[in-house]
Design a protein around this ligand. Structure first.
Ligand SMILES: [Zn+2]
Length: 325
């Protein structure tokens, strides 16, 4: 795989006092929108016609982040509060908020191997459901909803922290121990002793000094500045192998497997410090673990992030072109 040629960044790893939006979501809104814009330029005429007809005038950004905005409704936030279509969707699919991810242990080699960590409402199952709807094999929802969900989730599944989680032995809270093999992680999962896709890993004191947010927003921002993202992805497209082997219906599993492998690399070398437990619920849960990232973390991982954004864009188009050749 060729590497992306990205502008160099002259920044200290942990000095990330950037202004985050109130709601940080995978790849940021700009990442999702840029991927969908690039994907649309790669559609066959037949696929483009079917997509345009199904979306019925949806704006670019609304298709790409509709599922995140639906999630905001639960907090009474965002443009879809009061939207009848969103309200119907939430009523019909109350577990939609889990569709964005699957928390697999870092040593899992494939989605099929992750028994006990996968669910009917995880990202792989929902991508496959959307494909079935667009193929006319399921009537779970309409084509417009299927496209909105599919496009968003193909973006999310390429964010490594959306396919993996760190599970921790916190017997000694000053020295939490990361567990990566599925057998050791399963009892920890039952006790909810996980970092929830690196959401509980903090490299600084601020709310968004958090490893998941670093991937969702900061790495994307560091690639080219958010405004130039579409062009960056377009330019990088010919340099990256975006093909997925095998049958369309197994692609999502393949992408989840790729992402968990990248997540494993992204956890390598991180030092885990004190763990704070939240003991207000049924059992203790990990509230935060202080971490120290490696000095080259951002420079190294922003290249991975860029490559994943390009792959996701090309693969959105590949799925739709396979359904409507
Ligand atoms: Zn999402």
């Amino acid at each position: 795989m060729s590497t992306l040629h990205l502008p160099s960044v002259l920044c200290a790893t942990t000095a990330l006092l950037c202004a985050f939006p109130s709601q940080v979501c995978a790849w940021a809104d700009q990442g999702h929108t840029a991927m969908w814009e690039v994907a649309q330029s790669l559609l066959t005429p037949q696929a483009k016609q079917r997509v345009d007809a199904a979306l019925a005038g949806d704006k670019l950004d609304m298709t790409a982040v509709w599922l995140d905005r639906v999630r905001d409704v639960g907090k009474n936030e965002g443009p879809l509060v009061g939207d009848a279509e969103a309200a119907d969707f939430i009523k019909a699919f109350p577990f939609h908020f889990t569709w964005h991810y699957v928390d697999m242990p870092l040593d899992v080699k494939s989605y099929q191997e992750a028994t006990g960590f996968t669910t009917r409402d995880d990202i792989v199952q929902q991508i496959n459901l959307c494909i079935a709807v667009l193929e006319g094999k399921s009537t779970k929802f309409d084509a417009r909803t299927a496209l909105r969900v599919l496009v968003h989730l193909i973006g999310d599944i390429h964010q490594p922290m959306h396919c993996a989680s760190g599970f921790f032995d916190v017997t000694d809270t000053q020295h939490p121990v990361l567990r990566t093999d599925p057998a050791s992680c399963l009892p920890l999962k039952k006790e909810k002793l996980e970092d929830r896709g690196a959401n509980q890993l903090f490299f600084g004191p601020e709310k968004y000094d958090q490893m998941h947010a670093l991937w969702d927003f900061e790495l994307v921002k560091r690639l080219a500045g958010l405004k130039n993202l579409t062009k960056l992805l377009q330019d990088a497209l010919p340099k990256i192998n975006t093909t997925t082997p095998g049958d369309l219906h197994a692609w999502a599993e393949h992408w989840a497997g790729e992402s968990v492998a990248l997540a494993k690399e992204a956890y390598a070398g991180i030092e885990f410090g004190a763990c704070t437990l939240n003991t207000t619920g049924k059992g203790p849960k990990i509230e935060r673990i202080e971490v120290k990232l490696t000095a080259d973390y951002i420079d190294k991982q922003k290249t991975v992030a860029g490559s994943q954004l390009v792959k996701a864009a090309a693969r959105m188009a590949a799925v739709l072109n396979a359904i409507w050749p």
